[in-house]
Design a protein. Structure first.
Length: 122
C-alpha cells in the first residue's frame, strides 16, 4: 500500500514539476522587476493550488484508469476488483492533491507577501 501511495505521489509530482518550471521561468523572465516577479509567481501558484483543490474534489468521481497514476500502479493492483481499485486510488489521489494544494496556497501566500513587502519598501 505504501508503495502505491509513493507511485501516485510521484505521478502528481511529475506534473507539478513542469508547472513549477513554467512559473519559475516566468518569474526569472520578470526578474528585472522583483515585485512584479513575486506577484505573478504568487498568483500563478495560487491558481495552481486552486486547480489541485478542484482535482481533489473531482477525484472520487473520476475514472482512475484514465490517470497517470493508474499506468504506474496497474501491475500492483491487477488482482483486486475494479470497484475496490477505484475507491482506493481515488482516495489516495484526493489526499495527494489536497496535500500539494495546501503547500501551493502557503507558497503563493509567501510570494504575495514578499511582493507586498517590496511594494511598501520601494
Amino acid at each position: 500500500m505504501e508503495q502505491i501511495e509513493k507511485l501516485v505521489e510521484l505521478a502528481v509530482l511529475r506534473v507539478l514539476g513542469f508547472v513549477t518550471l513554467a512559473v519559475g521561468v516566468l518569474m526569472l523572465g520578470l526578474s528585472y522587476d522583483l515585485r512584479l516577479a513575486f506577484e505573478v509567481g504568487g498568483v500563478l501558484t495560487l491558481i495552481t493550488g486552486g486547480i489541485l483543490f478542484l482535482c481533489a474534489q473531482a477525484a472520487p468521481q473520476r475514472d482512475v484508469r484514465k490517470t497517470q497514476a493508474w499506468i504506474m500502479v496497474k501491475a500492483d493492483l491487477s488482482h483486486l476488483p475494479r470497484d475496490r481499485v477505484q475507491q482506493m486510488l481515488s482516495e489516495i489521489l484526493r489526499q495527494v492533491y489536497l496535500r500539494y494544494a495546501k503547500r501551493a496556497f502557503w507558497m503563493s501566500g509567501g510570494m504575495i507577501a514578499v511582493s507586498l513587502g517590496l511594494r511598501l519598501a520601494l
